[in-house]
Design a protein around this ligand. Sequence first.
Ligand SMILES: *Cc1c(COP(=O)(O)O)cnc(C)c1O
Length: 384
Amino acid sequence: MQEEKHKFATKAIHAGVEPDPTTGAIMTPIYQTSTYKQEKVGQHKGYAYSRTLNPTRHALENAIAELENAKYGACFGSGIAAIDALLKILNPGDEVITTADLYGGTYRIFTTIFAKYGIKFHFIPMSDLSTLEATINEKTKLVWIETPTNPMMNIVDIEEVAKITQKANITLAVDNTFATPFLQRPIDLGADIVMHSVTKYLGGHSDVVMGALVTQDKTLADEIYRIQNSSGAITSPMDSFLVLRGIKTLHLRMQRHCENGKKIAHFLKDHPRVEHVYWPGFEDHPKYDIAKKQMDDFGGMISFSLIGNELKEAHQLMENLKIFTLAESLGGIESLTCHPATMTHAAVPKEEREKAGIVDSLIRLSVGIEDAEDLINDLKQALA
Ligand SMILES: *Cc1c(COP(=O)(O)O)cnc(C)c1O
């Protein structure tokens, strides 16, 4: 399918998969095998050992790459394992520019794992492009951004950041987990690498933990494949199958996530107990214009804070919810809620956290694809 330009829904169904050449099976089989027969020494059908390449994983890697309008994809055992692989392209002494307003686990691997190996991280506000330009020096090798950010729903202008990194010859990586390629395609906007926690919307059913990297750049791709094979944090054939199945409905799920998200964001905004709602689809969101420019819709992730800012009240509200389940993670068909300050972002020091706006009463919702009316009623009773 690669040569033709198909629209998103067609790609979601067909990207990366061909009927199985041995049997004609329409769905990619789960090639649950570690190794492959070689006809002669070194002569095989492209698969020699499943750490290096496995047909089920290979189909998924191609599918995710195609959805992101990229050529090369690589899947890993988790989103964090994908980040780990990407950071290994760096050498001691190299510098990374990123922002404190990141997924907590990303902040943790940067500061507690890679900092130890001599890589320096600069955490700057990405909304201010002059700070980015001023922080770049000859040691800067990677700029890492997330947009919309977790959990503050800040928006970073991918195209403008890409102009700066391209001029300075620095790799730009974008964590596209929240938006998914259905809403936002960073490669088209000039990014070099897109990272996914496939665990979230791409898998979409809360039954797999997986990560992915995609790129257009052959040199970067070769380096990523070398690290994937050498460090070995691959994903399994079974999980690859589940995600291949999941992404066939990505467009349908995302449409409903967006519809429900919009209704709930407006409901919360009008509620007297709610202090602030963070959702990029509001016209008064400080970066609404950028969100509108680079995203096709605004997604189903919403954060909000309570008047009075009491931790106790936030916890009580979350316990009162009946349809929204209190849990880490996001992006599945079911609605979830979490408390960033004590859950996903507990690894971020309190001072850093509050600087980024993650106050004690902040509640994050991953709006699922249930009936919007039921979800709103659930929030209504929990807030009452
Ligand atoms: C969950 C998440 C990650 C980490 O992915 P895992 O699959 O949990 O390892 C990274 N970035 C974002 C934005 C996430 O939501």
